[in-house]
Write a protein that binds this ligand. Structure first.
Ligand code: ARG
Length: 485
């Protein structure tokens, strides 16, 4: 053993091991290698999962008479103290002890002696870390689903006040057909609901127990893995030890689902940014979500939606990182897997912050005095309407009208194109052409055409399930309300 190793206090054998793992090693790790290989400064965030997993393991070891009841009691007592120390910020995290697992185990042994050393019976850090990440991620999935619901609720609230507000719907960012603003917002509610369902679905595959796989091949002790799974509220047990310790597909799945959430957020961001630009002027967001310019005094920049759009790249990048990390790893555990944590943690942090900020930016905050929400997006119905009237948004309605008068659709389409051309030459909307002018295109046009050419007429006509007619939108709102409360 080297001098460095020998100088460690003998009570802290794990610390000694981290310097040089065992008698087998002729030299300790260099400081650079220690820094390179240690993960404690990021994986310490798994501490609660690590302690929960250890307690469940110890409980089972005692139930199976692999350790004595007094050992289990000592482990419980030690873990209670460690919990207190960590919560109080008094736990001494040591780089030398590499990761969260060895840090906690070393402290436990320092506190309760041999019982602490017995905890690792039938267990390896390989199944331990896989268990910890799954337990931690399960909790974060639950938070994410709640936040997705809160954002949906904010969108529903704004939609409820804007069923009759009409804006141009776009395809190719060209004015296409008028739609209800509520209908537009509810499109995002659908996206975020699929995101929530995806999270709940993958949660089932996250919530499975690797512990008991040991290092890679299982263990010689008579473990009761089902018991541990039940204690931890997990839905099942990994059925193959090699797979249990090594695959991180559950983290990749989460990361893919998180990327989709961010892509949906990014699409919404892009719309908010466009809508609040001077050329549209459809909405305003509260000042606290914008920033000014140091040089242009008139500016209010939509920093929050822009950053969310940017952070989407970051989350998608983490997905690429994780999936590449897995590729090419032979069975079973490899240290590569330690690299799963930072991208996963950052994905969760970015996702939660973004969802929180969007729910508030869209729906506002509850004013404690009035109990009402304030400070959400402000809608400029006038500007939306003017824009819908500008781009011949009811041209399809005129074509449909001619079809009802007996024209084949393709011919009606062509006829309306001529009418739009005339309106464009005169600088007016289709509804502003005279009856005589419209009849010149087709003699069957009658006075009832103007109701069809109105924005309200256009909306009301799309009264099929999923369409933008206010009656349909109200039915969807009722469905979402019943679901979200
Ligand atoms: N810190 C490690 C990780 O995050 C724990 C597992 C270490 N196992 C090992 N055989 N080195 O993956």
């Amino acid at each position: 053993m080297s001098d460095l190793t020998r100088s460690q206090p003998s009570s802290n054998q794990l610390a000694t091991k981290a310097q040089a793992w065992s008698a087998l090693f002729s030299e300790p790790m260099s400081d650079l290698v220690k820094r390179y290989t240690s993960s404690v400064f990021f994986d310490k965030r798994l501490w609660q999962a690590d302690i929960a997993g250890s307690l469940a393991h110890a409980e089972m070891l005692a139930a199976q008479a692999i350790i004595g009841p007094e050992d289990y009691a000592a482990i419980q007592k030690g873990m209670a103290q460690i919990t207190q120390e960590i919560e109080a910020g008094q736990f001494d995290w040591q780089l030398d002890l590499e990761d969260v697992h060895l840090n906690i185990e070393a402290r436990l042994t320092a506190l309760v002696g041999d019982a602490g050393k017995r905890l690792h019976t039938g267990r390896s850090r390989n199944d331990q870390v896989a268990t910890d990440v799954r337990l931690w991620l399960r909790g974060e999935i639950d938070v994410t689903v709640e936040l997705l619901r809160a954002l949906q609720l904010a969108l529903v609230e704004v939609a409820e006040n804007n069923v009759e507000v009409i804006l141009p719907g776009f395809t190719h960012l060209q004015v296409a057909q008028p739609v209800s603003f509520a209908h537009h917002l509810l499109a995002y509610v659908e996206m975020f609901e699929r995101d929530a369902q995806r999270m709940l679905d993958l949660r089932k595959r996250v919530n499975v127990l690797p512990l008991g796989s040991a290092a890679l091949a299982g263990t010689t002790y008579p473990l009761d893995r089902e018991r541990v799974a039940t204690t931890l509220g997990m839905e099942g047990v990994c059925q193959n030890s090699l797979d249990g310790v090594s695959d991180r597909d559950f983290a990749i799945e989460f990361s893919a689902a998180a990327s989709l959430v961010m892509v949906h957020i990014s699409r919404l961001s892009e719309e908010l940014i466009v809508w609040m630009s001077q050329n549209f002027g459809f909405i305003k967001i509260a000042d606290r979500f914008t920033t000014g310019s140091s040089i242009m005094p008139q500016k209010k920049n939509p920093d929050v939606p822009e950053l969310a759009r940017g952070k989407t790249g970051r989350v998608v990048g983490h997905l690429m990182g994780l999936i590449t990390l897995m590729k090419g790893q032979p069975l079973a555990y490899n240290k590569d897997n330690q690299e799963d944590k930072e991208p996963l943690f950052d994905t969760v942090d970015t996702l939660k912050d973004t969802l929180r900020i969007f729910a508030e930016m869209v729906g506002g905050q509850v004013n404690p005095h009035t109990g009402c929400k304030e400070g959400g997006i402000t809608v400029n119905a006038q500007a939306m309407r003017a824009a819908a009237q500008k781009g011949y948004a009811t041209a399809t309605d005129l074509a449909d009208y001619l079809v009802k008068k007996g024209l084949p659709f393709r011919d009606a389409h062509e006829t309306v194109a001529h009418a739009v051309k005339l309106a464009a030459q005169k600088g007016v909307d289709l509804s502003e052409l005279s009856l005589a002018e419209l009849q010149a295109f087709n003699p069957n046009v009658a006075d009832d055409v103007f109701a069809v050419l109105s924005l309200e007429g256009s909306l009301n006509a799309r009264n099929t399930l999923g369409g933008t007619a206010p009656a349909q939108v109200r039915a969807q709102l009722a469905r979402h309300r019943a679901r979200l409360g």
